[in-house]
Design a protein around this ligand. Structure first.
Ligand code: HEM
Length: 408
């Protein structure tokens, strides 16, 4: 039983209980308090949107901005110290609004097509098989550290044309980006980010001279009317890493765990491999790989779900809540139902910032889960499902560990 939402602590979203099982609290909020205030320990606050329709309205509202400069201004006011975003983060589509967002989005839509993602299929299979080879002899491998985490990082490195001898560095840099916080400087983090930036600049320069078949080369050698500046290309590389790695890792781990605990669905997918593609959106809705990645700042007062949010406030769109809203998913949204008809989940966002990597994310997840279950048909969890714990993250919803027995 969950106490009424009136009794929620002001830090309600930041508790470990919420991280481990957010759904009972979110169900109450959708019913009783669908746009709910949240306090942060540093004195800041946000408004959390939990209903599907309000979330869609928020994502389509130009008064709610994703512009990183607007967000940094607000943070600076709060901590009383001027902060400016680094160029790697200040010049990519995910952190800008029109008019600057528009040409950046056009450039990436042109270069990063579903066909380019699909062309990676054999390479994703090879990368997945290579990671599984390394796990094969371990008595109880952890599929998060050994598989779900590295798989998307290596695939995205491959997408960008990073040579394989730099993949270990890429894994290290990706971990550094994951823990980066603009208000807490850290020498170690800054050094990693500087290293990644230096590496990317050299990579871009080498592809200027000698283009390959990769996405960075396609951006660098685009037609003049679509060509980005070198800083924008560098920044777009950061967007692909920050937008693609943790999110996809969270999904791969979540889907594997879901299928380990749903043997009937797992058997269906293995018997009918053609079902993977059709089932992916339901798996994504059920797993909800991101928690709250969709954040905005109100540039004017905005009315949402009966609440007027003043200007200059943080708005969090709680995707995992919208994925279980009965107004959109009326039949037992808490269950995994591979026959659910085209579930229109919001896990990839909605509107102008809709995820550029959605096709690739689905492909990595399908191949990652399929190769694993085909190779180890007797795969079982090495702990009872109630022992699985989620990591605390404001953005994604990854499992801490997924220990398994590969041979039953
Ligand atoms: C399961 C995996 C993924 C999930 C759940 C996910 C989710 C999202 C969401 C929700 C947004 C919109 C954010 C907002 O409106 O505030 C977004 C944007 C974006 N995603 Fe993904 N993503 C995933 C994988 C990827 C991958 C693999 C890539 C690229 C390699 C990628 C690249 C991007 C980019 C560049 C944007 C910004 C688009 C824009 O602002 O116009 N994502 N993603």
């Amino acid at each position: 039983m969950v106490a009424g939402t009136r009794n929620l602590s002001k830090f309600w979203m930041l508790t470990n209980d919420f991280t481990q099982n957010p759904f009972p609290v979110l169900e109450h909020l959708r019913r009783e308090s669908p746009v709910r205030e949240l306090a942060f320990p540093d004195g800041g606050r946000a408004w959390v949107v939990t209903r599907y329709d309000d979330a869609k309205a928020a994502l389509a509202d130009p008064r709610l901005s994703r512009d990183i400069h607007v967000q940094y201004r607000l943070m600076s006011e709060r901590i009383g110290r001027a902060l400016t975003p680094p160029p790697e983060e200040a010049n990519h589509l995910a952190n800008l609004e029109p008019p600057r967002h528009t040409p950046l989005r056009k450039a990436i839509s042109f270069a990063f097509t579903p066909r380019r993602a699909e062309a990676l299929r054999p390479r994703i299979e090879r990368i997945a098989d290579g990671l599984l080879d390394r796990l094969a002899d371990r008595p109880v491998p952890d599929l998060i550290a050994g598989y779900a985490d590295p798989l998307p990082v290596i695939v995205i490195a491959e997408l960008m044309g990073v040579p394989s001898d730099a993949w270990p560095d890429f894994l290290r840099w990706s971990t550094a980006l994951r823990t980066h916080s603009p208000t807490e400087g850290s020498g170690e983090l800054d050094r990693n980010i500087q290293e990644l930036s230096g590496f990317m600049r050299e990579l871009i320069a080498s592809k200027e001279r000698e283009p390959g078949e990769d996405l960075l080369s396609a951006l660098i050698h685009a037609d003049p009317e679509r060509r980005l500046t070198p800083t924008e290309i560098l920044s777009t590389g950061f967007a692909l890493m920050t937008g693609g790695n943790d999110t996809t890792a969270s999904l791969v781990g979540g889907v594997i765990a879901a299928l380990l605990t749903h043997p009937v669905e797992r058997a269906r997918l293995l018997e009918e491999p053609g079902r993977w593609g059709k089932s992916m959106d339901e798996l994504i809705r059920y797993v909800s790989p991101i928690s709250n990645a969709l954040q905005r700042v109100s540039t004017e007062p905005v009315e949402l779900g009966g609440v007027t949010i003043p200007a200059g406030e943080v708005v969090i769109i709680c995707v995992m809540s919208t994925n279980r809203d009965t107004s959109q998913f009326p039949d037992a949204p808490e269950e995994l139902d591979l026959d659910r008809d085209k579930p229109a989940h919001l896990s990839f966002g909605f509107g102008i910032h809709y995820c550029s990597g959605a096709h690739l994310a689905k492909l990595i997840t399908e191949i990652g889960a399929r190769r694993l279950f085909e190779r180890f048909p007797d795969l079982t969890l090495a702990v009872t499902p109630d022992r699985l714990r989620y990591q605390r993250s404001p953005v994604v919803r990854p499992l801490e560990e997924l220990p398994v027995q590969l041979h039953g």
